[in-house]
Each structure stands twice: as C-alpha cells, then as structure tokens.
Design a binder for this molecule. Structure first.
Ligand code: NG6
Ligand code: CA
Length: 505
C-alpha cells in the first residue's frame, strides 16, 4: 500500500467509524418510577438538589412537554415497549404481581427491534408488565415467557413493584437465590402460608401502611398480596438501589464492545420508600426526598461508569419517568408532613393517576454528546415514539402492523427541531383519556371519581368535556369547553378517529 492508498484507507475507516458511532450508539434508558415534573432541580425543584440528573440535562436536551402514555406504570411501560396505546389492549391496567406477560411474544418491542439491529439488550429493575403464561408464572421453575421472550438478551427484574409480592429478584428465567427446599407461593386471592400480615400485626411493621398494603409482611413492611416461602431469595428494600445499579453497570461492562441497549427501570421513587442509610434523612423531605437523592445517585453511577469505560460519546442516554408524582401512595412515610414547600408536580395540576397533566407530563432528558442540540425543547413528545424513532436511528424498517402508534420523532428527540408530534394522547387511571394538540388540551367526559381520596389526587374526571389552554393556563384551572365548542368537538373527533382505527401511525 502506498502512502496515498494508506491515507485513503485511513480516511475511509475513520469515516465509517464515525458513521457507525452515529447510527449505532449504545442506548441507555433510565426509567424512574413516579418521578414528577417538579421533582428534580433542573426542572425547577428548589428544596432538593439532583446534581447528577442536572448534569445530564446540561449536556443534553431537556424537554418541557414530554409525556408518558399513562398516569400509571403498567400501561406506560406497555406503550413504551410496544409503541401501541395500552388502551387498545384490555388487561393493561395496574397489574397484580402474578399477572401473565401482557406483551404477546410475536409483537415488536423496543428491545426486539434493537436486537434485530445487532444490539445486545438488557433490562434491569422494575418490570410490571406481567410474566409467564395465562394463569401466571411458575415461580419455582422457569419463569417465562418474560423479558427474554420479547427481545431482552438479559434480565434482572422485580416482577412487579416494590410494594407487591413476590419480593424477590428474577434473573433471566429464575428467582435469584431460591432454595429448592423452601418453595415460594404467591397469591392475590386467598392468603397462603401463615406469615403475619400488616393488617393482623401492625406492631411488627417498621413502616406502617396508610391505605391498602396490609397483607404479607416482608422485611418489616406489609405488601399488596400474600406470599410464603422463598426466605433466602427475599430482597432487602434498603439495598435495592445498590443491587440494581450494580447489575446495570455489570451489563454495560460486559457489553461494551458491541452496541447495547439497557433499560434501567429504577424502583425509586415508588413506595415503599426505604432508601439506603447513606440517603435516609439526607434530603430533609422524608423518605420520598431521600429516594430522589438515591435515584440521582443511581444516575451518577451510570454516567460515571460510561465515562470510565470511554462510552459517553457513543451513548444515547435518556432519563424519564413512567408517570407523575404521588405523595402518600399507601405508606405512612412522612411524605406529606415533610414536603416543606417542595412541589413534586411543579406548576402542573393533578399527579399520578390523574387526567390532569401532572399525571403524564414528566421529566424527559436526552443526552448524546455532539449529536443533540443542547438546551431546552418545548416540542410535544411522547415515550410511545421511542420504538419507531430508535428503529429509524438504527436503520430498521417497521412492518405495517408493528408499533401501531409510534411515530418517528428522531429530530425532535435530538433537539434538532422544535416541532414535535401533532398530538399526544394520555391515559389516566380508570381509562379517561386526554388529547393535547398545540396549546389545547381536551379531556374526554368521564363519570369516574373526581378525587382519589386515599392519595388525595385530583383525577381530572368530569361528566362533561374539558378544554384547557395550556399556553395561558398550564395549571388547567379554567375549563373553556363551552367557550370554544368547535375546538372541543374537533379534538373529541380526533380522539374518536384514533380510537376507531387500529393504528395511528
Ligand atoms: C395502587 C397502589 C399504589 C401503587 C400503584 C401502582 C394501593 C392502595 N395502591 O393500586 O401503592 O402500587 O397501585 O403504582 O394498593 S405504579 O406506579 O406501579 O403504577
Ligand atoms: Ca409508576
């Protein structure tokens, strides 16, 4: 090879390396649980500091109008993973801990499409979209189908939530640390075994329940559901963030040579809020604030690991939340008393469960050094678009039936255009839907309760249609439906049209 040829080869190689780095970045999605629009300092929280999240935002795009698909966990995660509105599929409401896998194994998913693009894919953390066949999984045997059957090469998960049994980790197909001589039983119906419940033995609790959460006591905390056995496999809530973060970093370390996708679904800041003693008492806002500090630490551990491995520039990092904030979600953890002026929802109305915007408008940050336009974006965006967008980013074509409600929003996600989706549909608990378009928000009529009296959340239900101008009234205080009947009807018709078709893409 002469010098000219050598230079040409060198140029070509470095060009293709750059091109490769551009099209096949690693993708890390840190998906917090119940983190509100106002819960982190880069979104305006002043009573709590989240330096690690803020640092990601400072080098990325921070979205002010980004939405989870639903105001609760299961439907949000279902939609994020499949690119299909959860309300198109029955049984996707908040799932019990023994629900069967909600995602059919033939359906295209975010990890599935990335697998096709040559990625190694992993999920670490909260799952909550069901496991096993109809009737639920065999907890003592191979737990499948699950993450591995819908596109993840590796999984280390909490089957449902921190407050639901079984309180064990599942790695790939098996419960971690399960002693075959101490088989585990799980029930969401009649009690199983004879372990104490919170209801019968509140004196045994280290954190008392405020509503629900009065069944089997695990690690001093009573849960939703009954379980017995599996003693050696039970998690310790205070160690959970450490365990999950370590597994997430191990996944990154092992897969660093190939493009990887990591879905790191933290337990924080969901109940029960029992952060490690390193964080307990540190925020001054009680365990809810301490859990935010712990979440921020997790984010820092991931970004430091990416730095250490030289992967930061090759990694598209997303931080978001599955639904908005709730203060008392079933345990007496001082969250209400110690709020100290902190506003978990920021300027928004409602919260987790709600049709008002705090239910689904969540922090959403995208960092990809040298590829994103750093700054703030007001583009209307939805987590449901991740599937089509990441497919496009990695050169994958979708078939007609795939990801029926997922649009390619790559330029918006990278902060390159302020133009986002034309409209966004959100779903509250109980099914009430809203539609956002431009500055308007329409909430469909519903006879559901106005307030969840246990959590003290305004649910946004009303028997008549609601219309808000979010540009002048972000807090949704003035219903303009009677003043603007034509706009109300237009948005209602659009929602109806999207509902009647099988897909919106
Ligand atoms: C509710 C639970 C709440 C929480 C929620 C699911 C009661 C009284 N409340 O039913 O504590 O677990 O479900 O939260 O049981 S989510 O973030 O996973 O959607
Ligand atoms: Ca949640």
């Amino acid at each position: 090879m002469n010098r000219k040829q050598f230079t040409a080869t060198l140029l070509l190689t470095s060009w293709s390396l750059i091109a490769h780095a551009q099209t096949k970045p690693n993708i890390v999605l840190i998906y917090a649980d119940d983190l509100g629009f106002g819960d982190v300092s880069c979104y305006g929280a002043s009573k709590i500091k989240t330096p690690n999240v803020d640092q990601v935002a400072a080098k990325g795009v921070r979205f002010t109008n980004a939405h989870a698909s639903s105001a609760t966990c299961t439907p949000s995660r279902y939609s994020l993973l499949t690119g299909q509105y959860a309300w198109r599929k029955s049984g996707t409401g908040i799932a019990p801990g023994d629900a069967a896998l909600l995602i059919p194994t033939h359906q295209l998913t975010v990890p599935g499409v990335l697998q096709k693009a040559g990625y190694k894919t992993g999920v670490v953390g909260k799952w909550h979209v069901g496991l096993g066949p109809k009737g639920g999984p065999d907890w003592n045997g191979d737990i499948k189908p699950g993450p591995r059957e819908i596109g993840f090469d590796y999984s280390f998960i909490l089957p449902a939530t921190g407050d639901r049994v079984p309180c064990v980790y599942v790695e790939n197909h098996r419960i971690v640390g399960l002693d075959p001589n101490d088989s585990i039983r799980v029930s969401y119906g009649a009690p199983v075994g004879n372990e104490p419940t919170g209801k019968a033995h509140p004196e045994l609790l280290k954190m008392k329940f405020s509503h629900g959460h009065d069944q089997t006591i695990i690690n001093g905390v009573s849960r939703i559901g009954y379980m017995s056995g599996g003693q050696s496999a039970r998690w310790v809530d205070e160690e959970m963030a450490d365990v999950l973060t370590q597994k997430a970093i191990q996944f990154i370390e092992r897969r660093q040579q190939e493009p990887f996708f990591l879905y790191f679904a933290t337990h924080d800041i969901h109940v029960p809020r029992l952060p490690h003693s390193r964080f307990a008492g540190k925020s001054g806002l009680g365990p809810r604030g301490d859990a935010i500090l712990q979440l921020d630490w997790c984010v820092g551990e991931i970004t430091r690991a990416l730095d250490r491995l030289g992967l930061t520039e090759k990694t598209l990092l997303i931080i978001s939340s599955d639904n908005g904030p709730v203060i008392d979600d079933g345990y007496q953890d001082q969250a209400v008393d110690k709020l100290n002026g902190h506003k978990p929802a920021g300027p928004l109305r409602g919260g987790k469960y709600s049709a008002f915007d705090a239910g689904t408008r969540v922090p959403f940050i995208v960092r990809w050094p040298k590829q994103v336009r750093v700054g703030t974006s007001d583009a209307l965006t939805s987590q449901i678009d991740l599937l089509a967008s990441l497919a496009t980013l990695t050169g994958q074509q979708l078939r007609d039936a795939d990801a029926p409600d997922s649009f390619v929003a790559l330029d918006a996600l990278l902060g390159k255009t302020p133009k986002g989706r034309d409209y966004v549909i959100e779903q509250a608990v109980g099914g009430t839907r809203s539609l956002l378009k431009g500055n308007w928000k329409y909430i469909e009529p519903s006879n559901g309760p106005k307030v969840n009296t246990s959590t003290n959340t305004e649910l946004g239900n009303d028997p008549g249609p609601q219309l808000y101008d979010l540009k002048t009234d972000l807090g949704e205080t003035r219903n303009l439906a009677t003043q603007y009947p034509q706009i109300t009807d237009e948005l209602a018709a659009l929602l109806k049209a999207v509902t009647e078709k099988e897909k919106s893409r």
